[in-house]
Design a protein around this ligand. Structure first.
Ligand code: PEP
Ligand code: MN
Length: 364
């Protein structure tokens, strides 16, 4: 389903420091008034646009810190008074929205565990009718782009035009280098479908450990994300939530200073070398298409052979041979086993689908 979002440009959101990267930072959770104020003062001179602190924290497991609740709103008001920073907190139901609006919170974000639930999102969107506050919608915990878009649409239908998406990664089962797998193709596809939508990367929740934050932030910048949401705590190791992924204000400053912000290349786009290289890519894409077509025709002929000889479609030994042979060949050409196995699995799946159709058509 194709839809459009009605969005206001960032310059009309009433926020400051809009240079790329747009920065949202602050602790995972507001713990004490002193901790919130100390972090905010340390960040106030660092060109951030929005100070964040979670006061209602939906956690995966019970008996973990679930936030200080409404008391924290007064602390965020003090941050505004003392530093002039705009402040953001997470809301997960209508009551949170009313409380946050009563305390003049400037920006709201929707957590990943809320975006998954259309009823919860709708309840929040209804509570926001007529209030054009910026709303940042984190991706749902599962890699479902439509669910993410659905949440953005619900807010937009309620009249929210200052909308942004936050890419915080996706849950997966088993061990992984990341706390939440980035699946970069999902936010890239979101950007392709909604080019005007602001997309912020959250390397803290993707990485889950501070050693990964720099590399993830740089990658987000190179993929032309608009900004970053990064968790900052005065003493990260003592944080009451997400301690291993938070960095201190000094580390934050160093991180931002070290980022390479490359241009979108508008002037270089016209340059003949780049357009020459792109023509080459177009030529090879065309060649790939021809080869894929030819390969698929042969796969269909094999399907006819299997049909005529009453053979099953999947021949496991043959498939193992194809994948192993391709990985070895790819390796010799500097192509990663990951790429080769993804491409060949996709091609194989398509061949199997075609062969299954051929065999079953014979039965009909
Ligand atoms: C957070 O921002 O602290 C948080 C809990 O994030 P997420 O919803 O991405 O898990
Ligand atoms: Mn957190």
């Amino acid at each position: 389903m194709k839809t459009k979002l009605k969005l206001k440009p960032l310059s009309e959101w009433g926020l400051d420091n809009l240079d790329r990267p747009f920065l949202i930072s602050g602790p995972c959770s507001a713990e004490t008034e002193a901790q919130v104020l100390e972090t905010a003062h340390a960040l106030a001179s660092q060109n951030i646009s929005v100070f964040r602190a979670g006061i209602w924290k939906p956690r995966t497991r019970p008996n973990t810190f679930e936030g200080v609740g409404s008391d924290g709103l007064k602390w965020l008001s003090r941050v505004k008074e003392e530093t002039g920073l705009k402040v953001a907190t997470e809301v997960a139901n209508a009551k949170h929205v009313y409380e946050a609006l009563k305390h003049n919170i400037d920006v709201l974000w929707i957590g990943a565990r809320t975006t998954v639930n259309p009823f919860a999102v709708q309840e929040i969107a209804d509570a926001l009718k007529g209030v054009d506050i910026p709303v940042f919608v984190k991706n749902p915990i599962n890699p479902d782009l439509e669910l993410w878009i659905g949440a953005l649409e619900r807010f937009n239908k309620s009249g929210i035009t200052k909308l942004a998406a936050i890419h915080r990664g996706f849950s997966s089962y088993g061990d992984s280098a990341f706390r939440n797998a980035p699946n970069w193709q999902i936010p890239i596809e979101l950007k392709r479908r909604f080019p005007e939508l602001l997309i912020i990367n959250d390397p803290s929740h993707i990485g889950g450990k501070r050693s990964l934050i720099k590399e993830l932030s740089q990658k987000a910048m190179d993929l032309d994300f608009d900004g970053l949401m990064i968790e900052v705590h005065p003493n990260p190791d003592d944080a009451w939530s997400d301690s291993s992924q938070q960095i201190n204000p000094g580390q934050f400053e160093e991180l931002i200073r070290g980022l390479k912000i490359r241009s979108k290349g508008e002037t270089q786009q016209k340059h003949s070398r780049l357009s020459g290289l792109r023509k080459k890519i177009d030529y090879f894409d065309h060649e790939l298409m021809e080869i894929l077509e030819a390969r698929m025709k042969v796969a269909c002929e094999i399907g006819e052979f299997k049909r005529d000889n009453n053979m099953v479609v999947l021949q496991n030994n043959r498939w193992n041979e194809v994948i192993e042979q391709s990985i070895t060949l790819g390796n010799a050409k500097g192509l990663s086993p990951d790429l080769i196995s993804k491409i060949f699995k996709a091609i194989h799946q398509e061949s199997i689908n075609n062969q299954t159709d051929i065999i079953n058509k014979a039965i009909e």
